[in-house]
Design a protein. Sequence first.
Lengths: 79, 145
Amino acid sequence: MLILTRKLGESIRIGDDIEVKIVGISGDQIKLGITAPREVDVNRGEIYEAIRKENSRAMSGELPADLLNAMKSMKKNDQ
Amino acid sequence: MIIQTKYFGKQEIKEDDVLSFANGIPGFANDKRFIIQPFGEAFSVLQSIDDADVAFIITSPFLYFDHFSVDLPDHLVQRLEIQSQKDVAVWVIVSVRNPFSESTVNLKAPIIINVRNKTGKQYIPEQSDYSLRTPLTAPLTEKRV
């Protein structure tokens, strides 16, 4: 992991088109300004991680055939 | 083309039905091409074309949650080149548990598909009132009362 020291107003560049700027510091909170191309996803780490974990959980485990068959037979108007 | 699927064995699919997920989905970054196959009436399967084992049971959030709504931010609308509401299909991933009554759905991070240009993305909202693990059965029970 690359570790850099930056001051308020300074930035780092990642590749040609991503810039992360320190725009505010208050106590133990740091405000970052991120400029990135549209195709780059920018998410808070803990939110991304929670969704990644939930996706893996949704996929995990072999489901018994009788459960799958029961799901297949559920109708829209069952609710 | 013929692909191997998790729930239906070998299947012949049409190239036109292939959905492109440019960045994969969180946890499955290498799976960039999917297909949606019906799984009975109430559910479908989001099946990776690149890996037979990667398949999610999905459902329509509107089917189970009357008041569900999702507000797509501009960057997502632009990314998927959504031109009108008609382009958009919304799905949510079901975490199926045994017994089924313990199953949950991820209402927080829905799968957004542009059905016109066949692109898709799991939307990760900055803020959401919905839970990653919303019980699938709770609203059903409420409705019966």
